[in-house]
Design a protein around this ligand. Structure first.
Ligand SMILES: C[S@@+](CC[C@H](N)C(=O)[O-])C[C@H]1O[C@@H](n2cnc3c(N)ncnc32)[C@H](O)[C@@H]1O
Length: 217
């Protein structure tokens, strides 16, 4: 359903300590956790691009005690919430938040480090495509050989789009013409291949979303 899709300005509550909550994360964090478990993404150094509220990092590091997670976002308000989630955690495996614009070719202090996993949930369709291009270049540049890029969100496949995703895409474009649901096969895969990123089997998620994994060769 289109109304189950996350949007940039969806209502978010502040629990009083600066931690914000996104309704979409309440719906998708457990299915995402199950994909992480099934795909063996349960340990190592994770860089998250567009961490938003910061809930995914908090939830997944609670679930997987060998995961070390670095938050980032272009948006200062998001980074304040991420900092609050880091402060509330009962472990020290959350780092950041860092100011990273995915579309840039210099992600600052994370450059030069080899990452096991780069994660980006629900950014690709709610940002100009330059952010996705930069994300794929960054994954090619910074992932270890054998490392993974994990994306979550709605996608078209080879020109086919679910009606709810088409309606959602129109809604996004009415907010910002540079936003919109992308085609995984036509828009992302060719760019990813150039960066040495090979698409693994795609996992269907609730509400016509996908979990997408690319493996760095
Ligand atoms: C719909 S929110 C998703 C946030 C979070 N990942 C989640 O699932 O709740 C989209 C996020 O993308 C971030 N974003 C948009 N453009 C970006 C860019 N160029 N670089 C990094 N983050 C960006 C926004 O600041 C926002 O936090």
């Amino acid at each position: 359903m289109a109304d189950e899709k996350p949007v940039a300005l969806e209502p978010r509550e502040d629990g009083g300590d600066g931690r914000r909550y996104a309704p979409s994360t309440a719906r998708n964090r457990e299915p995402v956790r199950d994909v992480f478990a099934a795909q063996g993404l349960t340990s190592g150094q994770v860089l998250e691009i567009a961490s938003g509220t910061g809930e995914h990092g908090a939830f997944l590091t609670d679930a997987f005690p060998e995961l070390h997670w670095t938050y980032s976002d272009i948006d200062p308000a998001g980074r304040i919430s991420q900092q609050a989630w880091r402060g509330a955690a009962e472990h020290d495996r959350l780092s950041g938040p860092l100011a990273i614009d995915a579309s840039s070719d210099n992600w600052g202090e994370v450059e030069g480090k080899a990452w096991d996993l780069i994660v980006s949930v629900n950014m690709v369709h709610i940002s100009p495509f330059a952010a996705t291009e930069g994300l794929l270049r960054g994954a090619g540049r910074l992932l270890k050989p054998g490392g993974h890029l994990f994306l979550y969100g709605p996608y078209a496949r080879n020109g086919d789009i679910a009606p709810s995703n088409a309606a959602f895409s129109e809604n996004l474009q009415s907010r910002d013409p540079a936003w919109g649901v992308r085609d995984l096969d036509l828009d992302l895969v060719p760019l990813a291949s150039r960066e040495g990123l090979r698409l693994k089997p795609v996992i269907q998620m609730p509400s016509n979303n996908l979990s997408v994994l690319f493996r760095r060769s």
